[in-house]
Ligand binder design. Structure first.
Ligand code: NAD
Length: 362
């Protein structure tokens, strides 16, 4: 699947805490001024989702770009009225320190470039919103938290489902035990990968395959619904195309146990379309979403016949507005760096279980 067909699959298939912060001057905003967001990495997600979303946000706006491609810089400058002084390359982004029009850097580059790009943004004194997965291993993910803490800037992770109303309605059903206690969760996400040359298939840049890219959504579902961290993980891998998936995982099936006794079964795949939902079995019935993970059209049902189909605004605009609000009010985002780090830890445990051929206890 090419970047475009992956996008169309996602779009169309369903039709501080106590972190010391920078001086208050960073937050001193003229009344009505929208926070300036610089997008770092002008690829598919940035072009098709993030930039359009930033035209809809009430408290932030697209104010700068970081790109290694001059043609993209020119196109974005024209399309979004971005001045040359707010246009950077990966090598010059440290100069943002002097640019008062930029408050937040949104890092949207391949997974293994998140660390250097977050480090550069944080060192320039900018708050950072970073795409998932936070990085390709726990050490590098911890490096992201360390860089933001050292610079005294806020860090948020692009976990759009933390702000998506249908997913959050399911979190409410679980928390309030509307259909009884959640006991078993099935969560699956995948797509048939096309272009064999893309970075998602390169271990150095992606860290792993479908697990890192889309399995993370299933992990998020289980953590959101249980409100708990897994304590035990057992995983197995299947590879049917050893050429395309020479460097990364194709399909992984994994089971997690949670302290309350919930058990979850998850599948991530780059081999097939058609899996993008979850179902939670409860003591008095069930609820679930299918699809659960698309950019729009997520919907589902409960065992009592009630539909779950809440109209949702642009998920990227919603998550960006929330992060800008966190910066403005010094509130901790629920899509925190700590959550991003622990997710990477659990994804690594999935790989560890496959490597060892046995369950791992966390
Ligand atoms: P993409 O390949 O379309 O874009 C990546 C961008 O990084 C491109 O502009 C590319 O030029 C740039 N880049 C800089 N250095 C590079 C290098 N050495 N190799 C390759 N590209 C390089 O990828 P994408 O789909 O936009 O994904 C970017 C990030 O966003 C990833 O971390 C991905 O996991 C995440 N993502 C999140 C969602 C979501 O729903 N939250 C959806 C898609 C992607």
């Amino acid at each position: 699947m090419t970047a475009n067909s992956r996008r169309s699959f996602l779009v169309n298939s369903a039709a501080l805490a106590a972190t010391p912060l920078l001086a208050d001057s960073v937050f001193a905003q003229a009344p009505g001024r929208k926070l300036g967001v610089a997008v770092c990495g002008l690829g598919s997600l940035a072009t098709n989702q993030i930039a359009p979303a930033l035209t809809k946000t009430r408290n932030c706006r697209l104010a700068g770009i970081v790109t290694g491609t001059p043609e993209k810089a020119e196109k974005w400058q024209k399309q979004y009225g971005i001045p040359a002084k707010s246009t950077y390359t990966y090598d010059t982004m440290h100069q943002m320190a002097k640019n008062k029009d930029i408050d937040i850097v949104y890092v949207v580059t391949p997974n293994a470039l998140h660390l250097p790009h977050v480090q550069a943004a944080a060192a320039a004194g900018k708050h950072v919103f970073c795409e998932k997965p936070l990085e390709i291993n726990t050490e590098r993910a911890q490096g992201i938290l360390d860089a933001c803490k050292k610079a005294g800037v806020m860090l948020g992770v692009g976990y759009r489902l933390q702000f998506e109303a249908n997913n959050q309605e399911c979190v409410r059903l679980a928390k309030e035990k509307v259909l009884g206690d959640v006991k078993i969760i099935d969560a699956n996400f995948g797509f048939a990968m096309g272009d064999p040359t893309q970075w998602r298939l390169k271990r150095d840049l992606a860290g792993g395959g479908a697990l890192m890219d889309v399995g993370i959504y299933c992990l998020q579902t289980t953590r959101m619904l249980t409100g708990e961290d897994p304590m035990w993980i057992s995983a197995t891998e299947v590879k049917t195309d050893t050429v395309k998936f020479r460097e990364v995982d194709e399909t992984i099936s994994w089971t997690m146990k949670f302290p309350s006794g919930v058990i979850s079964n998850c599948v991530s795949t780059y081999a097939a379309n058609g899996l993008a939902g979850f179902r939670a079995a409860t003591t008095r019935g069930w609820f679930g979403l299918d699809p659960a993970y698309f950019y729009n059209g997520n919907r589902g049902r409960r065992s009592d016949g009630t539909e779950i189909n809440i109209p949702v605004a642009d998920q990227f605009a919603t998550e960006l507005e929330d992060f800008a609000d966190c910066v403005l009010t010094k509130r901790q985002t629920k899509a925190s760096g700590e959550m991003g780090l622990s997710d990477v830890k659990y994804l690594m445990a999935v790989y560890d279980s496959i490597k060892k051929g046995r369950p791992v206890t966390l």
